[in-house]
Design a binder for this molecule. Structure first.
Ligand SMILES: Cc1cc2nc3c(=O)[nH]c(=O)nc-3n(C[C@H](O)[C@H](O)[C@H](O)COP(=O)(O)OP(=O)(O)OC[C@H]3O[C@@H](n4cnc5c(N)ncnc54)[C@H](O)[C@@H]3O)c2cc1C
Length: 384
C-alpha cells in the first residue's frame, strides 16, 4: 500500500525499536495517565535519551538527521500507546514548537532551546491562540513593547498544549501596534519561569486527557532583547510556515489512531455474536468497514505523498491543507463508526472506543478548523 513506496529498511528498524519502547514503557501506564489527566515529564526525557525527539533534526544539534518519514514512524507507533495525549504532547515538541527554532532561530537560540528540547531536558509549547484570536491569527493582541534592554510583554494565550508543563514557549506577539492585521507581529522564545509568565489554569477537555492544555497570562513580563526569533515584523509569515508542519503531523497522527481503532472494531465484530453469527458477517457492517478502510488508505496516500514533497523542500500548502482536512474527517468518522460497531459496549468507559472517539474530535479544530482548511484550499484554487 502507500507506505511501501516511502519506507525503507532503516524506517522499519526504527519502527521496531519505537514499537518495543511503546509496548514496554508507555502502554502499561496509559490508562493511569488518562485517569490522572497528565502523563509524566519523564516520558520526554526517555524519548530524548532514545533519540526520538530529534529524529528529523540535524546531527549538529543532537538530532538523527533522518527524513520526514522518521517522524511519521514515531507518530504512527506512539499512536498505539493507548493515550493519545502523549502523541499530541510529543507532536508539539518535535513538529510544532521546535521546527521554527531550526528555521528562524539564531545559533545561540538553537543551543539554548533546540538542543535541550531534542534531549528531552526542556519541554516546549507553542503560543499562538488567544481568546479573541483563534482562526483569525492576524487578530493576535499580545503585545511585546520595546523597552530598554528587552521587551515587556502583556496579553494572554489559551488552549496551549504542553502549556502547564512547558519550560519554554515559542510565542507569537504583536510588536508594532500601529500595524494592523498580519503586519507588525514577531516571534519570541520565552522561558516559562520568567517573572510575569503566569500559568493560570489547566483546562479540562472532552478528550486527550493525558495532554495538558493551559491558559497563560503575561503580566509585564520582561524578556531579553535577544529573545526575539527571526526577523522583527515577520512573525505572522513565520507562524504560517510553522502551521504547514503542524497540519502535516496532525494528519499523520490521526490516521494512525484511526487505523488502530478500526482494527479494534473489526476484532470486536469478529467476536461479538448476534442472531447466531459474528456481527462483522453482516454486509451492512462489513461494507461500512470496507468503505472506511478505503478512505483511510486514500487519506494516508495523500498524506505520505505530501510529506514526501515537504521533505524534498517543497512548500505544498494546498496538499498539506487537503491532507489535514481529509485525514481528520475520515479519522473522526472511523472512530464514530467503530463506536457504533461496538454498540452499547462502545459507549462504556471500560472499552477504548469511546476514548478514540473523544480524542479525535479536536483534530477537526486544532491547527486550523475544517472550515479554515476549506477556505485555504478554495483560495489556493483561485476561487475567490
Ligand atoms: C485541545 C486543544 C489544543 C490546542 N493547542 C494549541 C496550542 O498548543 N497552541 C495554540 O496556539 N493553539 C492551540 N489550540 C487552539 C486551536 O488552534 C484553535 O482552537 C483553533 O485554531 C480554532 O480557534 P477557536 O477555537 O478560537 O475557534 P474560532 O476561530 O472562534 O472558530 C469557531 C468556529 O467558527 C468557524 N469560523 C471561523 N472563521 C471562519 C470563517 N472565516 N469562515 C467559516 N467558518 C469560520 C470555525 O471554523 C469554527 O467552526 C488548541 C485548541 C484545543 C481545543
Amino acid at each position: 500500500m502507500a507506505g511501501d513506496l516511502f519506507f525503507t529498511q532503516e524506517h522499519d528498524m526504527l519502527r521496531q525499536s519505537v514499537r518495543e519502547f511503546v509496548e514496554r514503557e508507555l502502554m502499561p501506564n496509559a490508562d493511569a495517565w488518562e485517569e490522572e489527566g497528565f502523563f509524566p515529564n519523564s516520558v520526554f526525557k526517555r524519548l530524548g535519551e532514545l533519540g526520538y525527539l530529534g529524529l528529523h533534526f540535524p546531527e549538529e544539534y543532537g538530532g538523527g538527521a533522518g527524513d520526514y518519514f522518521t517522524n511519521i514512524v514515531l507518530m504512527e507507533e506512539l499512536a498505539k500507546c493507548g493515550s493519545f495525549g502523549v502523541n499530541t504532547g510529543v507532536a508539539v515538541q518535535v513538529g510544532m514548537a521546535t521546527p521554527p527554532i531550526l528555521k528562524f532561530g539564531s545559533e545561540e537560540q538553537k543551543q539554548a532551546y533546540l538542543v535541550p528540547a531534542i534531549q528531552g531536558d526542556r519541554i516546549a509549547c507553542l503560543g499562538i491562540t488567544e481568546p479573541e484570536a483563534g482562526s483569525d491569527v492576524a487578530a493576535v493582541k499580545t503585545y511585546a513593547e520595546k523597552v530598554k534592554g528587552g521587551w515587556k510583554v502583556n496579553g494572554n494565550k489559551t488552549f496551549i498544549t504542553n502549556g502547564w508543563r512547558a519550560d519554554f514557549m515559542t510565542l507569537l506577539a504583536r510588536t508594532d501596534k500601529e500595524q494592523k492585521g498580519y503586519k507588525g507581529m514577531s516571534m519570541f522564545l520565552v522561558d516559562c519561569d520568567t517573572p510575569g509568565f503566569v500559568k493560570s489554569r489547566k483546562l479540562d477537555k472532552v478528550g486527550q486527557w493525558s495532554s495538558d492544555t493551559a491558559e497563560i497570562f503575561f503580566e509585564d513580563m520582561i524578556i531579553p532583547e535577544d529573545s526575539m526569533m527571526g526577523e522583527e515584523g515577520r512573525g505572522f509569515y513565520n507562524i504560517m510556515w510553522e502551521l504547514q508542519g503542524e497540519r502535516l503531523i496532525v494528519a499523520v497522527a490521526v490516521i494512525a489512531i484511526a487505523e488502530v481503532t478500526l482494527q479494534e472494531a473489526i476484532d470486536y465484530g469478529r467476536e461479538r455474536v448476534q442472531f447466531g453469527k459474528p456481527i462483522i458477517k453482516n454486509q451492512a457492517i462489513a461494507h461500512r468497514v470496507a468503505d472506511l478502510a478505503t478512505e483511510l488508505e486514500a487519506a494516508k496516500s495523500l498524506t505520505y505523498l505530501t510529506a514526501w514533497k515537504y521533505d524534498k523542500g517543497e512548500y505544498p500548502v494546498k496538499e498539506i491543507t487537503m491532507a489535514k482536512l481529509m485525514s481528520t474527517d475520515v479519522a473522526f468518522r472511523v472512530t464514530d463508526e467503530a463506536l457504533q460497531i461496538m454498540g452499547g459496549y462502545g459507549y462504556m468507559m471500560e472499552y477504548p472506543a469511546q476514548k478514540a472517539w473523544r480524542d479525535m474530535r479536536i483534530a477537526r479544530i486544532g491547527g486550523g478548523t475544517d472550515e479554515i482548511m476549506r477556505e485555504i484550499i478554495a483560495t489556493t484554487m483561485g476561487l475567490y
